[in-house]
Write a protein that binds this ligand. Structure first.
Ligand SMILES: [Zn+2]
Length: 244
């Protein structure tokens, strides 16, 4: 897509509100980053609490925590890479199909474009004129943007998504891990719980701010799920601790 759309990018119009930018171009990496960080804190904190509930032995808790961080970061990055790659593949396949249709039936494609603009409310005459001019300028770009709805902002970037989620998973998961490392053996669980809930609140607030979404619901969402997950693994750990 990049090699094709370079001509249009140069001509992008100045924003009507440059001091208050849109947030759409953040969605891709923001979603991967928040997902990665959220998962990092909840999965590693829960595992540390589960192991600490079964055995308060510091070494065992740290080994489990470090293993969870590495395994989690790898699987998050791999999962994002695979899912976003398949999205990129289908985008490329659609663009190729559009290219073939433009080569085979250019007149039909121009009519199709005009119909899209008519559906958006333009008069038949204006729609036909816009379709004619944009087709003359760059037919594929017009169809990719207005028919397929693909744009530079939302283009699938597998490596960016994988790196974003792997990096944020690791850095977020390091928080409960460091808390467990610094905590006295008998106080690992309460300290990791408090530190994790606080970091989930900060994460919820940061994600809401970056996406211009309401803060309280976002914070309650991540903290609620975090507490639930930690409680579940603590219960399992205690059961193991009692039975072992
Ligand atoms: Zn088309």
């Amino acid at each position: 897509m990049n090699q094709h759309r370079s001509t249009n990018q140069d001509m992008s119009a100045p924003s009507a509100h440059p001091d208050d930018p849109h947030y759409m171009h953040r969605t891709g990496w923001l979603r991967a980053a928040v997902l990665g960080a959220n998962d990092g804190i909840i999965s590693v904190a829960s595992l540390i609490i589960g192991v600490a509930a079964a055995t308060p032995e510091h070494g065992a808790v740290m080994v489990a925590g470090i293993a969870a961080l590495i395994a989690g970061a790898m699987s998050m990055a791999a999962g994002e890479y695979i899912s976003v790659s398949s999205q990129a593949d289908s985008e490329q396949a659609d663009i190729r199909r559009e290219q073939e249709a433009l080569a085979a039936t250019p007149a039909d494609e121009e009519l199709e474009l005009a119909a899209i603009y008519r559906d958006r409310g333009l008069s038949a005459e204006t729609a036909a004129a816009v379709a004619r001019e944009l087709t003359a300028l760059d037919p594929l770009a017009a169809h990719v943007r207005d028919e397929l709805g693909l744009s530079e902002h939302l283009a699938a970037r597998p490596l960016q998504a994988a790196l974003a989620s792997g990096a944020t998973f690791s850095s977020a998961a390091a928080v409960p891990l460091i808390a467990a490392w610094l905590a006295p053996a008998g106080a690992i669980i309460p300290i990791v719980v408090v530190v994790s809930i606080f970091s989930l609140m900060v994460l919820g607030a940061a994600g809401a701010k970056a996406g211009a979404a309401p803060m309280i619901p976002a914070m309650l969402r991540v903290v609620g799920w975090g507490v639930f997950a930690m409680a579940m693994t603590a219960a399992v750990g205690w059961m193991f601790g009692v039975s072992v």
